[in-house]
Structures are given as C-alpha cells and as structure tokens.
Design a protein around this ligand. Structure first.
Ligand SMILES: [Zn+2]
Length: 447
C-alpha cells in the first residue's frame, strides 16, 4: 500500500474525506451489526439489554443508542472477577483471542482488554492512518518509548511499522539510555507523555546535549495527560526540542490511540469508524451542545472480542464536527480537560488542573510547573492555593508582582480567586511519567 518517500496527503483518502452524511451512514451500519453481535454472543449484554427492555433491532438512527444502558470501569472489573479471566462481556470463543492489554490496576484489579486477530489488525490500520495524518512517513526513524508490559500504548509501534517507518522499540528505559538511543540512531520521531517529553528535554540540556542541535527529533507524539491538548504546553515542549508536538488520546479498554492530531493541530481526529462518541452531561446523562464540555461515553463499532456499549470514561472532553483545514472530515476532540475525578469545585465553580496549566505555561516568567493545593478554611469555605515557580532568569525581587499577575490571569480565565505562591525554580517535584498536580487537603489525601 505504501512505498518509500510516499508523499500523498492521506492514508485512505476516500474514507478520511467523505461527507458527514457518509460518516453517519457508515457508523449506523456498523453500530447495528456490532450490537447484534454483542447481543447474540455476550452473556452480559444479552442479560443487560433484556433487563432494560432494549434490542439491537431498535437501532434506526445513531441517537437510538441512548436507549441502551451505560457500563463503566466498575462493571468491567466486577464481571471479570465474576467470570474469570476476561469477563462475560467477551463475545467470541477464547480460541479466537490473540492479544490482551491490561490497565495498570492502580485503582483496583487490572481490567484486561482482549483482541481477536482481526481486531488487532484493524487497530493497527487505524494507528498507521493516524500516524500518517501527523506527518510520519516511511522515511522516518520512529523511537517508541512507551511501556510494552501489557500497556495498550505498547503495540502502537506496529502501526508505525505498517506505515513503513523504521521503528526503534526502545520501551521504557532510563532517560540517559533513551537519549543515547535517540542520538545514536538519529531518531526523527518519538512518543511519550507531555511531562516526560519536557523532562527528557531538560535532562538532555543538563547533560550538555542541545536537543535542537544534537538530536534529529522533528515530531513528538504525546498522550496520557491533558497537557498535550493545551497549546501553551505543546509550544513550550516544541521550543525546547525544536520539534512539532502532536497530542494523542488512548484508552486502556479500547485502543492505544482513539484520536490524534493532524498537521493543523486543531483538535484530535477521532477513530470515527471504530468508536461512536457521545458527550454527555455527567449529572443528567443528556448530550451537551457541540463544542461544550461533557463526559466522554464510547461505544465500540468493530471490536468483536469485547464490545463496549456506552462505556463511561470519566474523561471530560469537547468535540466538533466542523471540517478541518487538512481536508479530513472526521469529528475532532477539541480538548481533554481532565478526569471527572480531578475536577475541583471551588466555591461552586468547576476547575480542572488543565485550566491552571494553560495560565502557567503561557507566561515565560514562570517555569511552567505548578501544583494546586485545596484546603478548607476556618470559615468552612474552600481555599485554593496555586504554587508556581519563577523562571531561572527572574529574580525573587519580583515575586509579589508575579503572584499578582498570575492570580489576575487565572481570575480572567476561570473566574476563580486563588492565592498564588511563587517558589524558586526546581522546587516542585518533576514527573517522569504522569504528573500529580493536585493536593486536596480537604480529605487529607493526594488525588
Ligand atoms: Zn485535520
């Protein structure tokens, strides 16, 4: 399908540039088939649909999905414990399963996500298409530095190989070793988390390596944290590396990438022929208007091994159906604003750490590192303190002015009043994987 130096714009032009009406027709057909498969072959879905009084034959339009019951992570975990090892949402015989990924299990028993050979190949076709939209080409040397141990991000490298890139399976190795690999093979692209991309760039500089001069990285794919969808964060990583940063979004229970940025970098093109999206008000369960924030609820459209029907992700996102300047017509995720669990309510106003991040990273008098501390005062009201670091070339004499300015920007963006504490550069802990940004002292725990 590809040849070296192939410079065509799309991986699959007919699919990627089809009209919105054609997308809707395709999704409806896939949804009808997929729900019939789930109902016929998964004991869980048969029981659950029967109990709710719904049947796949009732799907006459995409909106009809709203009649069907939700599932969530707890159901996946409970059913896996009740019917080991993979649970009764599985809709194929075990002999057809060729691969499983599993979540980290940091909040309980890890849930396993099984794939048939056909599911796995379809996933890799999508990864190749998505990498292509972000400018990866067969001439690239792609360094895959994600964990391979059961992690859904691990196999994504096969998609890059399918595209024709030279793939370096680095995995998770110490930063010094990773930098040596990137330098030795002159890798042109790499995938990591946004906070690690920053950490790796800073580590390089400390070791006397200038990422812009001594390394060949042109593209950095990031996923796993909301930071990648914040332009200020991407721009800072881009300035550090002299490379272009593309945000990706994946879910351990579906695909390593469910969406990713094209060269326009205005939202993440979604795997619309694989995953049906609903964006819902978390309280009422009703759809929010296009472009507004709500909880991401997903239904797989092709994954036969374990269909997911109306899976509540707990991620707060926004989407648009508007056409993209790149010519692709798939819907785009405009932002991942954080986890529902990370949302702070300060005196009745919703606040995500990503809102604070956008303020911290646009002003070069700060390093961009930040932490939120929430406490309940003697007045029984919640008080937010934001700790930020002044940049290395900004002296402590300006702390009062910086705090005032930061508080003003935050107020104008979020409507929230916070006390701002300026710390010296390097005072806050650096993340090597996912950053912990909130200390919620109201419950006496880290969240
Ligand atoms: Zn685009």
């Amino acid at each position: 399908m590809t040849s070296p130096n192939d410079d065509r714009k799309y991986w699959d032009e007919n699919l990627e540039t089809q009209s919105r009406a054609d997308w809707a027709d395709l999704k409806l057909r896939l949804l009808q088939q997929h729900l019939r498969h789930a109902y016929a072959n998964s004991p869980y879905y048969r029981q659950s649909f029967d109990a709710a009084g719904v049947h796949p034959d009732q799907i006459k339009s995409l909106d009809d999905i709203r009649r069907f019951p939700f599932i969530d992570k707890k159901i996946l975990r409970d059913r896996q414990i009740a019917v080991p090892p993979f649970g009764d949402l599985v809709a194929v015989p075990e002999r057809d399963i060729v691969y499983i990924s599993a979540s980290s299990g940091s909040t309980g028993v890890p849930t396993a996500s099984p794939f048939t050979a056909q599911d796995f190949d379809a996933w890799m076709d999508y990864e190749a298409r998505q990498f292509w939209s972000s400018g990866l080409r067969p001439t690239d040397r792609y360094c895959h530095s994600l964990n391979f141990s059961l992690f859904i991000g691990g196999p994504c490298v096969i998609g890059a190989q399918k595209l024709g890139a030279l793939c370096i399976h680095a995995g998770t190795v110490p930063s010094e070793r990773l930098l040596a690999i990137v330098r030795q093979f002159q890798a042109t692209a790499i995938w990591t988390t946004p906070s690690y991309a920053w950490y790796l760039g800073e580590t390089a500089i400390k070791e006397g390596i200038d990422p812009k001069r001594d390394l060949a990285i042109q593209r950095i794919f990031v996923a796993g944290e909301p930071g990648g969808s914040i332009p200020e964060t991407r721009q800072r990583i881009e300035a550090l590396w002299g490379a272009s940063v593309y945000d990706y979004y994946g879910l351990s229970d579906i695909f390593g990438s469910c969406g990713g940025m094209c060269e326009e970098k205005h939202g993440l093109h979604w795997a619309e022929d694989h995953i049906l999206v609903e964006v819902l008000d978390p309280e009422s369960g009703l759809p929010v208007p296009e472009g507004e924030r709500g909880e991401l609820v997903l239904t797989t459209l092709r994954k036969r091994a374990r269909p997911l029907v109306r899976f509540r992700t707990g991620d707060i996102v926004s989407f648009t159906n508007a056409p993209c300047a790149c010519g692709r017509t798939s819907q785009r995720m405009l932002g991942t604003h954080g986890r529902l669990d990370d949302m702070l309510i300060i005196k009745g106003v919703n606040l995500f750490p990503s809102d604070v991040e956008a303020v911290a990273r646009r002003d070069h008098d700060f390093t961009g590192e930040y932490r939120l501390v929430v406490e309940r005062g003697d007045d029984h009201l919640d008080h937010l303190t934001i700790e930020v670091e002044r940049a290395a070339d900004t002296g402590p004499a300006r702390d009062a002015e910086l705090a005032h300015r930061f508080a003003g920007h935050l107020k104008s963006v979020t409507g929230i009043t916070a006390q701002v504490v300026i710390l010296p550069p390097g005072a806050l802990p650096r993340a090597t994987h996912k950053a912990k940004r909130i200390e919620d002292r109201r419950q006496g725990i880290w969240s």
